[in-house]
Design a protein around this ligand. Structure first.
Ligand code: SAM
Length: 335
């Protein structure tokens, strides 16, 4: 294979190769999950500040030249952005990009899964915190569990696999469903991933009470069946995976607070308004929209990407009940 990397690949000051770019395509969402956004929403980014698909593709092209290989589209809710398949097709045509994944709440997935796959999407993560409709409304402040389930089925039918389910576990709100979620993996090739709720400005007051550690979540699952550690489904992430004997699926835990996995960080994030965010829980941003709109060109973008590597911090400093960032909600950057 021809080496597509024109220059040395990106690595940060701590020698971590950066190969993964998560792109938020909108900060708007059609849910209002209690741990994420206030009921009335947030002050949205003005439409004129949001990167166009061409502008996003220009940044990805520069990233691909210096070693970015995996892309994830996220939000807000990315499927709210019109014709997302057009962005997928633009990115899929970029030399060096090997994988394009999507994080979605699944509400609009059933109608878009086939088109996205045809455009070049490779796999999907669906966020789902409960299997009960009444609770879905209590957590997401909007109805729609049946649509999310239809979206998951459509993802399987479209071959957007492995399908991963992301479940944020909160004490007293949905932690009694951990076992039911884990049971799904005995019947379907789902990777169910339990995520510790993270403190952001929006929830920091309630965070301490809702927090439940990945260790406790795993102990609960072990009480219903023996778990053996397994290799995770293909991905870029920090999850640790386990499976029940003979189960087609797996359970994983993502524990940003209780386990430090910053030493294997391989990613940076692009906000919908074109800021490169270098750590999920730090306020280290580099503006890419201005050089893109000033037509600075690919070499200049690559130089900025390289410079940003010195701004990426070694680790986050998250603690239970405290946030390490001015970020109001993960919807601003897509998790
Ligand atoms: N709307 C898309 C979705 O639902 O996947 C993408 C954006 S959403 C912000 C990405 C993920 O972040 C979701 O799985 C959501 O549950 C999770 N999330 C949001 N706020 C969180 C928090 N405070 N702690 C842990 N996970 C959070």
């Amino acid at each position: 294979m021809i080496d597509l990397i024109a220059e040395p690949p990106l690595a940060d000051a701590f020698h971590r190769p950066i190969t993964y770019l998560r792109i938020s395509v909108t900060d708007r969402c059609n849910l209002r999950c209690v741990y994420c956004m206030p009921e009335e929403g947030l002050p949205w980014i003005p439409k004129s500040d949001i990167l166009t698909y061409e502008e996003i593709a220009e940044i990805v092209r520069a990233g691909a030249k210096v070693g970015v290989r995996s892309i994830r589209l996220t939000g807000g809710e990315p499927l709210l952005r019109r014709d997302l398949d057009k962005l997928v097709a633009l990115i899929a045509a970029i030399d060096g990009i090997e994988e394009i994944a999507l994080s979605t709440n699944g509400l609009l997935l059933a109608e878009q899964a086939g088109r996205l796959r045809d455009a070049g999407l490779t796999r999907v993560n669906v966020s789902l915190d409960t299997l009960r409709e009444d609770r879905f409304f209590a957590i997401a402040r909007r109805p729609g569990l049946d649509r999310v389930i239809a979206g998951i089925d459509a993802a399987f039918a479209a071959g957007l696999t492995p399908v991963k389910l992301n479940c944020v576990v909160m004490r007293g709100q949905n932690d009694d469903e951990v076992e039911a979620f884990a049971e799904l993996t005995r019947r379907r090739a789902l990777a169910v991933r339990f995520i510790e709720v993270m403190p952001v400005q929006e929830n920091v007051g309630e965070h301490t009470g809702a927090y439940i550690s990945a260790t406790e979540i795993l102990d609960r699952i072990r009480a219903i069946g023996e778990l053996r550690p397994v290799d995770g489904p293909h991905g870029n992430g920090p999850a640790r995976y386990y499976a029940f004997d003979g189960a087609p699926g797996s359970v994983g835990v993502i524990s940003p607070l209780s386990h430090d996995y910053c030493n294997t960080c391989n990613r940076v994030r692009l906000s919908a308004d074109g800021r490169l965010k270098l750590c999920l829980f730090g306020d280290h941003f580099i503006d890419l929209r201005t050089p893109v709109r000033d037509r600075a060109g690919e070499d200049a973008l690559i130089a900025i990407l390289r410079g940003s590597m010195y701004v990426k911090p070694e680790r986050h400093h998250l603690d239970v009940g405290q946030t390490a960032s001015a970020m109001r909600a993960l919807s601003e950057i897509g998790g």
